[in-house]
Ligand binder design. Sequence first.
Ligand code: A3P
Length: 287
Amino acid sequence: MPGKLQIVEGVSIAEVIASNWQQIQTFQARPGDVLIATYPKSGTTWIQEIVDLILNEGNEEICRRSPTHERMPFVELLNLMKPGPEEVNAMPSPRVLKTHLPVQLVPPFFWRYKCKVIYVARNPRDTVTSYYYFDHMVQIHPAPGNWEEYLHRFMKGDVGWGSWYDQVKGFWEQKDQHNILYLFFEDIKQNPIHEIRKVMRFLDKDLPEEVLEKIVHLSSFDQMKDNPMANFSAFPSDVVDQSHYKFMRKGKVGDWKSHFTVQQNEMFEEKYQQQMHGSAMKFNYEI
Ligand code: A3P
């Protein structure tokens, strides 16, 4: 049975998350936690693997100790999957956690303790394309409907975790007030060593060049797609059904071009201009 969305504090959120809202908002972050924050389908799993590889100095075996969601728990879903709240509480520091919440809804303890936040944004055309396929795989969201319908829902923010426009702007506007490293999917794709070096410095790690190169290799799309600890295959099919589409789908910049019609592209651009008017942000749609 597909799930439902509910509006929480003005943002569309899966009902299973909304029903646990109080607990999510009081999540006990602690000093030293690192939070990976993204809008869904923006390269979350990719940056998670990069961060784990950096913290473990490129040690492939250690980074294959368990699936991504166990190594770096998902703040909104602690009540639905392992590790649960107690296990997460017992994890040694530095913990790395994941969220898709918009900046104003990030549990306040992360800000109170000045935790490091790594935000990754992806251009909205590739994001909605990726999300469309993902919403065919997961049960917590409504069925995606057809592509045209889904595009409209995305533009209205009527998808899980709400408006893409508000979220990418929200973190962008707050990045200098908090300890936020703001990255772009397209930059990581185009120049992984440069972007991974930024993450390494942000995490106060100093790794030799050959380790960095190893991290670039191990976090590449081809390596991750065949890594059962990084490709979502650890989830049972009633949670993430990969029988029709794969989580590690294309991993490209510009796949949107084979989905948008000319008319859809114009409509999407118009919405983008309305929503992002006045923002200094720039996205790459091809590299
Ligand atoms: P596509 O559906 O466009 O292929 P998230 O982890 O936020 O859900 O994002 C998933 C998207 O990131 C998917 O995009 C997936 O293929 C892509 N991705 C994951 N790992 C990647 C990697 N190492 N390199 C490039 N893209 C990657």
